[in-house]
Design a protein around this ligand. Structure first.
Ligand code: AR6
Length: 180
C-alpha cells in the first residue's frame, strides 16, 4: 500500500478487489456503453450488486466515451457506483485525452453529489488494452490536477488487481504528486 497526502486530501494505491471497498462511499465501474455486465470490473460489480443495478442503469445507456454517470450501489457495501466509459486503446484516439476525461468527469460528478471517498480501478487497462504504465500516468496526472479544486472529495483509492499493477500505479502516484 502506498499513500500520498496533499492539502489534507489522501490518494492511495492498494492491491484488491473493487467490489470489496466497504469503507468508501463510491466505487467506479470500468463500464461498457450499455452499462451492462461484462468481463473484468463491470462483470464483478454487476455480479456483486445484483440485477437491480442493470435495471437502474438501462435508462441511462448508452453513455459516451469519457462520460461518467452515477447509480446506486444495490447489494454492494457502498452508496454509489460511478460508471465511466474508457477508451479502447489504439481505437479511441487520442486515448490519453479520453482516459483523462473519465477520471475528471468521475471526480467532478462525485463531488457534485457531495461524495467524500471514492475508489477507482485501472480504467481501460484490461479488455480495452491500455498499457498499464500509460494508464497509471494519465490517472495520476488527472487526479493530481482535479482533486485540489474539489470541495467534497477528499479520499481517492486506486484498487489494482495485481501486485505488478499496484507497483506501477504507486510509482506514477509518487511522481505525479511530487510535482503537484
Ligand atoms: N477489482 C479491481 N480490478 C479489477 C477487477 C476487480 N474485481 N477485475 C478486473 N480488474 P476491465 P476496461 C482490473 O477489463 O479495460 C468489460 O468487459 C483488470 O485487471 O474491467 O476498461 C466491460 O464490459 C484491469 O487492470 O476494464 C467493457 O466492455 C482493470 O481492472 C470492458 O471490459 C480494468 O479492466 C472495459 O474494459
Amino acid at each position: 500500500m502506498a499513500q500520498v497526502e496533499l492539502n489534507g486530501k489522501t490518494v492511495e494505491c492498494v492491491r484488491g478487489d473493487i467490489t470489496r471497498q466497504d469503507d468508501l462511499e463510491a466505487v467506479v465501474n470500468a463500464a461498457n456503453a450499455q452499462l451492462m455486465s461484462g468481463g473484468g470490473v463491470a462483470g464483478a460489480l454487476h455480479a456483486a450488486a445484483g440485477p437491480g443495478l442493470a435495471e437502474e442503469c438501462r435508462p441511462m445507456a448508452p453513455i459516451r466515451l469519457g462520460e461518467a454517470v452515477i447509480s446506486g450501489a444495490h447489494n454492494l457495501p457502498n452508496q454509489y457506483i460511478v460508471h465511466c466509459l474508457g477508451p479502447v486503446y489504439g481505437v479511441d484516439e487520442p486515448s490519453n485525452h479520453w482516459l483523462a476525461e473519465c477520471y475528471r468527469n468521475a471526480l467532478e460528478l462525485a463531488d457534485s453529489k457531495t461524495i467524500e471517498s471514492i475508489a477507482f480501478p485501472a480504467i481501460s487497462a484490461g479488455a480495452f488494452g491500455y498499457p498499464v504504465e500509460g494508464a497509471a500516468e494519465v490517472a495520476m496526472a488527472t487526479v493530481s490536477q482535479v482533486l485540489p479544486r474539489l470541495g467534497s472529495v477528499r479520499y481517492v483509492r486506486f484498487v489494482l488487481f495485481s501486485d505488478a499493477d499496484e507497483a506501477v500505479f504507486s510509482r506514477a502516484m509518487e511522481s505525479a504528486f511530487a510535482k503537484a
